[in-house]
Design a protein around this ligand. Structure first.
Ligand SMILES: [Zn+2]
Ligand SMILES: [Zn+2]
Length: 447
């Protein structure tokens, strides 16, 4: 992992490059290869498009993530989310066709292996090891240090990575006669082609040690398994999908620097808090009497275990969905000790239940609380009667609304008005205006 590095190679950066390194490399190369600067070189345009496509892919965290996990196939595949468009080059499609046309890349040789789906080898560095690590929001809030033992391939100390016993030398591979490759039939779409593939006997090296010439410790493998103790520090404010890189802690290969071990944080949903950058959102349920007469109590337990005590302002009636902000009570800001975002707290009002209603004098209660609504005036000419049937909106979300979570979380309230009478009345006013004809007015007006 990542499964391919072509796009990184185009920009000349390492797969671990930061966003700013990628940007810098792109600007530098784009300047160099811009067609305007190379009017006599017809290939400059193509090179420039290639740079642009690589940059467009790698500068988008989502596309980069897909590419790292699935390579160009992932980007070209359905639902890979090549958003944007806007008439530009589609990087996934461009690269898929570009690399297909150039016969599997820029001299990648045997990296694709039989069937073309093999992992490509990183050049200049050992294989990186990517380890997903599940974290909770509490851990990202408070920080945490993990101590773990990791196993890796290390260059054999006995043979110093030659795989040979003493000064024994490998002999020419008998299967490929030293070429390192053999011919094999591969299917490319509907037709079969014959291509070179890495020799399976010598792994493409063209040489092989005889049994008796192999190093005793590594059995000729050149590397041995080695366990090392590591500390992985999850710092307060780190994000979902953030990478923690243990440089050089990955697998070693003779003659190349060790790969890295990369921990990719995977945040599990929290039962009480939602995170948006350095801000947090939570819901607090209060009773009807608290909504009417206020409260003074510990409202929530924060992610560090602290209780948050609050007294509502006297005379303030809290309505359903009212939201307050607790400044500086959000997530710690990464790499900025002592700085935190804000905490948004949305109130849900718990209505009393039917059991409670049985215990009170309904006539008295009805005379105390605001009256019921009258029918709509003027009464519509046609009125249908509907039955009162309960349903579960959570189920409806899952079954019928492909728009997904965001639609409900962000748009549901405004879509269905959440019972805010003023809004409805305003809508009716608008309709009246329309009857008298307001030419040039937009059909939908914002309240
Ligand atoms: Zn050895
Ligand atoms: Zn061979």
């Amino acid at each position: 992992m990542p499964v391919e590095t072509e796009l990184y190679d185009v920009l000349g950066v390492s797969p671990n490059a930061t966003e700013s390194e990628i940007k810098k490399a792109y600007h530098q190369k784009a300047k160099e290869h811009h067609p305007d600067k190379n009017p006599n070189n017809p290939a400059a345009g193509e090179k420039f498009q290639e740079l642009l496509a690589a940059y467009e892919t790698l500068s988008d965290p989502q596309l980069r993530h897909i590419y790292d996990a699935h390579g160009l196939d992932g980007l070209a595949g359905p639902g890979a989310g090549m958003g944007g468009g806007g008439g530009g080059v589609d990087p996934g499609e461009f690269f898929a066709s570009f690399f297909a046309a150039s016969g599997g890349g820029m001299n990648f040789g045997f990296d694709f292996g039989p069937g073309g789906a093999g992992p490509s080898r990183r050049r200049g560095k050992g294989e990186d090891t990517v380890i997903p690590h599940d974290v909770t929001l509490d851990e990202l809030y408070n920080g945490k240090t993990l101590r773990l033992n990791l196993e890796k391939e290390a260059v054999c100390g006995t043979c110093k990575g030659s795989g040979a016993r003493g000064s024994a030398k490998p002999k020419e591979c008998s299967m490929c006669e030293g070429k390192g490759w053999t011919m094999a039939q591969m299917s490319a779409g509907s037709h079969l082609t014959t291509s070179r593939v890495a020799c399976s006997n010598c792994n493409g090296t063209g040489e092989k040690l005889r049994e008796k010439d192999r190093c005793k410790k590594c059995k000729g493998d050149k590397t041995v398994k080695e366990k090392n103790r590591h500390e992985v520090v999850i710092e307060p404010g780190m994000a979902d999908k953030q990478r923690i890189i243990l440089a050089g802690a990955g697998d070693e290969e003779p003659g190349t620097p060790a790969g890295d071990v990369i921990f990719v944080l995977r945040l599990a949903p929290h039962e009480a808090f939602e995170r948006s950058g350095s801000d947090l959102l939570t819901t607090v349920t209060i009773t009807l009497s608290e909504a009417l007469f206020g409260f003074s109590r510990i409202l929530i337990t924060h992610l560090d275990g602290r209780g948050i005590q609050m007294t509502s302002p006297p005379g303030k009636i809290i309505k359903h969905s009212d939201t307050i902000i607790l400044r500086g009570e959000g997530m710690p800001v990464y790499k900025k000790p002592g700085t935190k975002g804000d905490l948004y707290l949305t109130f849900t009002i718990e209505m009393p239940d039917e059991e409670w209603l049985k215990t009170v004098d309904k006539t008295t209660l009805l005379s105390l609380i605001p009256p019921k609504k009258a029918d709509i005036e003027p009464r519509p000419a046609v009125v249908s009667t509907a039955a009162f049937e309960e349903t579960d909106i959570e189920e409806v979300r899952e079954r019928y609304f492909p728009a997904g979570q965001d639609f409900f979380d962000r748009a549901f309230a405004s879509q269905f008005g959440e019972g805010d009478e003023d809004e409805w009345e305003d809508d009716e006013d608008d309709d009246e205006d329309d009857e008298y004809g307001a030419p040039g007015e937009p059909e939908c007006r914002q309240q």
